[in-house]
Design a protein around this ligand. Structure first.
Ligand SMILES: Nc1nc2c(ncn2[C@@H]2O[C@H](COP(=O)(O)OP(=O)(O)OP(=O)(O)O)[C@@H](O)[C@H]2O)c(=O)[nH]1
Ligand SMILES: [Mg+2]
Length: 450
């Protein structure tokens, strides 16, 4: 997608899902939207009211469909431009005929994915973090994700960063005053002291938000749970059992699973991604070796590693895997229907659960334990405002510049520059500063029609 929308063009797209449906919504944004709506309806429409109208192809004179039409003059629309909305019967041919007729208007073209939202951003209707929130809202699959996305689309992060930025600008004003009054030492010193106090408070406030255990990011991406262990212990059987469908191949042959297989689950409103992996052992060929490499990488990145053991084959001293810095470990003794009765030794600090993928025993407990980790790690119910690595990066940068400001005792010009850089880092979150770097990243991921 082009980094900037060509704002002279009037753009249109199917905003509802593609495919057969009861109703389809087609939206048209731009200067020509009014001409389009009047030509298709063959009448002058009252703004902001729904009108049932025949839609006639202006070129052929044939009727496309009859539907509800809404006309919103700018600037009170999502993008700030005129908006025509057509709600027609959701048949593929109806939508195709309407889209075809729209494309024949001079200066009208199909919108790129995310181009409506890009225009809303360019016209100052939403900022970058709100646009991210909208994308998350469209992608939200669980209740907790929806709540977080609504909060962000509503500007929770924007309001907070703008508040912080405002306080930073006040501190910058004080440092500027110190520069202006440098020949009056006590006035200058007092101004710098005040700026330091403000910067110090701000730094600890932002640090508190950064120290949130990545809850917002985990909620957005889903808690990453990895089933790992030796071959044949029943990892794939467990995945099928928790997913309640036959996702992975199960066999008595050791080394059945080679690739990582992921299943998304909704556990009490929290998103969880469970991955089944290749059994860890000395691999016997290139494919298995690659599988084992992928397992190890997943174990490193997981939020929760479920280390699966076979109840009929427990060693006296099982070796727990090395999990990543933020990962947790849960030991799962599977095949407890074949129980040897032996305890697991050698894995201090990890919880142990006994289950059977075959009989279903203990699976409820397993799901409860995973949901508990998800609840704890996402800080469910708390107001995480950082939902992406991008936000974390800019806030970390801001704290670094504030630390640099607080760490210098002289050179007030450099200290002023530290505060300016800190304010810029905050401005990047809302896209107020240097938005070009991330526009593609944010908007190209939207679906078409938003
Ligand atoms: N009795 C019993 N057998 C089980 C249980 N879970 C799995 N099995 C059997 O154990 C064998 C291996 O199961 P898989 O689920 O393929 O094991 P895996 O850990 O995915 O194996 P790899 O993919 O080779 O690493 C199959 O024959 C399963 O039917 C269980 O709870 N009880
Ligand atoms: Mg398997």
């Amino acid at each position: 997608m082009a980094l900037h929308s060509t704002s002279e063009d009037t753009i249109f797209a199917l905003s509802s899902a593609a495919g057969r449906a009861g109703v389809a919504v087609v939206r048209v944004y731009g200067a020509k939207a009014v001409d389009v709506v009047e030509a298709l309806c063959r009448s002058h429409l009252k703004p902001r009211s729904a009108v049932l109208s025949k839609l006639v192809d202006p070129q052929t004179g044939g009727m496309i469909d009859k539907g509800l039409v809404l006309w919103f003059p700018g600037p009170a629309s999502f993008t700030g431009e005129g908006l025509a909305e057509f709600q027609v019967h959701g048949g593929r041919a109806v939508v195709a005929a309407l889209i075809d007729a729209l494309g024949r208007f001079e200066g009208c073209r199909m919108a790129e994915p995310g181009e409506f939202a890009l225009r809303a951003f360019e016209n100052g209707k939403i900022d970058l973090s709100q646009a991210e929130g909208l994308a998350d809202l469209i992608d939200a699959e669980t209740e907790a994700q929806r709540v977080q996305a609504v909060r962000q689309a509503g500007g929770a992060l924007s309001r907070l960063t703008e508040l912080w930025r405002g306080r930073l600008i006040e501190a910058m004003g004080l440092v500027e005053a110190a520069i202006d009054f440098s020949d009056e030492a006590d006035v200058a010193d007092r101004a710098v002291d005040q700026a330091e106090a403000r910067a110090g408070e701000l730094k600890s406030e932002i640090s508190r938000h950064l120290d949130d255990g990545h809850g917002g990011e985990i909620l957005r991406d889903g808690l990453q749970v990895v089933f790992a262990g030796a071959p044949n212990v029943g990892k794939s059987s467990l995945l099928n059992a928790v997913a309640r469908r036959d996702v992975a191949i199960v066999s008595s042959e050791a080394g059945t699973t080679r690739d990582v297989i992921e299943v998304k689950l909704d556990l009490e409103g929290l998103p969880v991604v469970v991955s089944d992996t290749a059994g860890l052992r000395e691999a016997s060929g290139d494919v298995e070796r690659e599988g084992v490499r992928r397992t190890r990488a997943r174990v490193q990145d997981a939020d929760l590693v479920v280390w699966v053991l076979d109840a009929s084959d427990i060693g006296a001293k099982e070796e727990a895997p090395q999990v990543g810095p933020n990962g947790e470990l849960l030991l799962l003794v599977n095949k407890c229907d074949l129980d040897s009765g032996r305890e697991v030794g050698g894995c201090p600090g990890a919880g142990v659960l006994r289950v059977s993928a075959k009989t279903g025993e203990g699976l409820g407990e397993l799901i409860k334990s995973v949901a508990a980790v998800a609840g704890r790690k996402t800080g469910a119910g708390e107001d995480s405002v950082i939902t992406r690595a991008r936000h974390r990066q800019h806030l970390t940068d801001c704290c670094r510049y504030l630390a640099s400001f607080l760490g210098r005792s002289s050179d007030v010009e450099l200290r002023a520059e530290d505060l300016r850089l800190a304010a810029d880092a905050l401005g990047r979150i809302s896209g107020r500063v240097d938005p070009e770097d991330v526009l593609d990243e944010v908007f190209a991921r939207f679906c078409i029609g938003k």
